[in-house]
Design a protein around this ligand. Structure first.
Ligand code: BG6
Ligand code: MG
Length: 211
């Protein structure tokens, strides 16, 4: 392997709680049931696809595309105001040191995130410079499990996908890595799917793989 492509939410930072709070507010406004289990299904999935998952339990008048866009915009406003509270203290020393050591060992490092807020989050936590390249939700038309965001990252790094390791907490992200012809490492929730080449209990486990 020559490069590592990291997912952001659930791997580098833990923004699930903010997504949950913001979607919960949107769901309450719509009168739709929403819980942590449904929130788990939103991992790696785009904003609009997340709304469609939440709407599986919606029983009101069918919503127009315009209304759906308004709901996602409002959700994003709530989410961004929660993100504005993030600081460098929201990234563990282990994460910072692991990224720095991977760079020291000569691997390329990219972000491969479905989020359109990825750059904002990296700025908030002071990690923008830890990545050589950033591929995010603003640059793609197909979200995970489509491999587009990772193939874009590999292209930016100038690496063959087969030489890249994708690190993911979402099954959709592991599927995307496999579809892109990359090696995959699962952490957190993604370990359960049993599809990844490597299973991590901590991010620093990568240092035993990327020798
Ligand atoms: C992913 C999250 O990183 O980004 C998903 O895991 C989220 O839960 C997606 O829906 C899109 O995020 P954003 O910030 O563009 O709404
Ligand atoms: Mg994730």
């Amino acid at each position: 392997m020559k490069a590592v492509i990291f997912d952001l939410d659930g791997v580098i930072v833990f923004t699930d709680k903010f997504h949950y709070q913001a979607w919960k507010k949107a769901a309450d406004d719509l009168g739709v049931y929403f819980d942590e289990e449904i929130n788990n299904r939103l991992r790696g999935v785009s904003r609009m696809a997340s709304l469609e998952i939440i709407l599986e339990r919606y029983e009101g008048e069918p919503l127009t595309e315009r209304q759906k866009v308004e709901i996602t915009e409002k959700k994003n406003e709530t989410y961004r105001s929660l993100l504005s509270t993030m600081t460098p203290a929201d990234v563990t020393g282990e994460t910072r040191e692991t990224l720095a050591e991977i760079r020291r060992r000569g691997y390329g490092i990219a972000l491969g995130s479905s989020s359109k807020n990825a750059r904002y989050i990296l700025e908030q936590v002071g990690l923008t410079d830890a990545f050589d390249e950033i591929s995010d939700g603003t640059m793609i038309t197909h979200s995970k499990p489509d491999p587009e965001v990772f193939l874009t990252a590999a292209g930016l790094l100038g690496q063959d996908p087969a030489d890249c390791l994708v690190v993911e907490d979402a099954e959709a992200g592991i599927d995307a890595g496999i579809a892109g012809g990359m090696k995959t490492a699962a952490i957190g929730d993604a370990v359960r799917c049993g599809k990844a080449d490597y299973e991590l209990t901590a991010l620093s486990d990568l240092l035993g793989i990327l020798v």
